[in-house]
Design a protein around this ligand. Sequence first.
Ligand SMILES: [Zn+2]
Length: 292
Amino acid sequence: MNPAPVQQVPGVYRRRIGDIVVTALSDGYLDADVGVFRSITRPEIDQILTEGFRPSPPRLSVNAFLVHAKGRTALIETGAGDTMGPTLGKLIDNMRAAGTRPEDIDTVLLTHMHPDHSNGLCNASGERNYPNAELLIHEDEVNHWTDDAAMSVAPERKRVRYYEASRKQIAPYRSQLRPIRDGEVFPGVTAVPIPGHTPGHTAYLIADGNDSVLVWGDTVHVPEIQVRRPEVTLDFDSDPAAAVEMRRRLFDMATTDRMLIAGMHVHFPGFSYVTRRGDGYDLVPEAWSPAL
Ligand SMILES: [Zn+2]
């Protein structure tokens, strides 16, 4: 007797970039509130999702990426931890299933500080999930969320959800916090500032030899919608106009250079290419590779 499985297999996928091994890890998923979208109507959202055979509200992957390079191990993003309900917070289980323990992580790199990216830095007791890691975040991101003046004028929900949560998450890492701006921050990994979604939003270009992947953070939240309609913003974009401009710039670069991208909310495992389609763009997910 073989009972029917009751859960998905561990969310893990590996890809080699030259001599670097990148492992996509799933933190779980999130059903987006369609009320957060701007510059698009509800019927337009429903039409795009229907055409893409996607549910409404749209279901988003929440991904993180392990990077093994030159004997060191980095983790890009920490997921939501235990702060966003039972559909998220799977990152550490999936990491262990992939053969890496939290104490093996030398460096944590964040693309920005939003709950589904940075609330997994610490456990429910406020202790570090990654006891041996230094924490790298763009200087502008740290400065923004620790700015008392900005926090004092933020609406209650944003104050608690973003300002207070990010301060709480980075506090236990204070002695190991290394603010970054750009350039190589880990072997084979270059920080590329892409401000807009947040002031210190940062992409990471992982490159070795002729291979590369641009981990573009939250350049898109719902791929079906924002790849086709780059002008669509979210209620929680810090600077919506800058977010749109950056998204267009990245899409243009990715299509022109035929660049492999990976994203935190590109459907797991998140490795894709961008192509032009009509007056917008389209994503072409990279086929599952049976070999590393
Ligand atoms: Zn996000």
